[in-house]
Design a protein around this ligand. Sequence first.
Ligand code: NI
Length: 254
Amino acid sequence: MIFETHAHYDDAAYDEDRDILLASMQESQIEVIVNVGASLPSTAASIALAEKYPFVYAAAGVHPSETTELNEETFAQLVRQCTHKKVVAVGEIGLDYYWEEPAHDVQTLWFVRQLELAKRIKKPVIIHSREAAKDTYDILAAHNAGENGGVIHCFAYSAEMAEAYIKMGFYIGIGGVVTFKNAKKLKEVVTAIPIERILLETDCPYLSPEPKRGSRNSSHNLPYIAQKIAEIKRMSYDEVVTRTAENARKMYRI
Ligand code: NI
């Protein structure tokens, strides 16, 4: 059975068929889904999905691009959201330098505050890092952020970086990009790191794997990702599915 470690079913892309889609997950052997918050409203929506579906869990966090919504008052709301019994992680949090806004110091401030929160409540973290390799690494290292576990989601850096994160206690989230023809670097990452440290994720509705690239993504496409990892690591498909699900249960403590 497959463990989906990172999905956004609260996204408007699912407004037409969310319930039908979630009810169909067993057809693709999807056993557990963690729906990841990216703002206060999407965290609330993730918790609502987790309350509705026994196999859905939630992560509570504010994405770097949404950090302008945070202040002491809204941060206190996030702390309260984290106490919900189906919230299994703090995320997604991190740094995104692809866009000019919010300013780097604003992103950094709330990244650190959310890391400290995760530490206090002893939950793993889901890290989003885009074009911010060095700053992300330095902050995570300085805060010993791998202590309670966590994942570098949609990993997009080098194999050396992946190994350094694993040393800090992190898992590496592998999604649809690994199936793309031009994903040489990510294939090197999958080759270099042990299966014990790999998690399967879609980040749906984004990043559909081949052969579904360009269309709306869902957890139904996870088998394409597992199959590609199996090819790269010369393992069976079943072993990839089983081992990555074990990893996810261990990290999220489900
Ligand atoms: Ni995401």
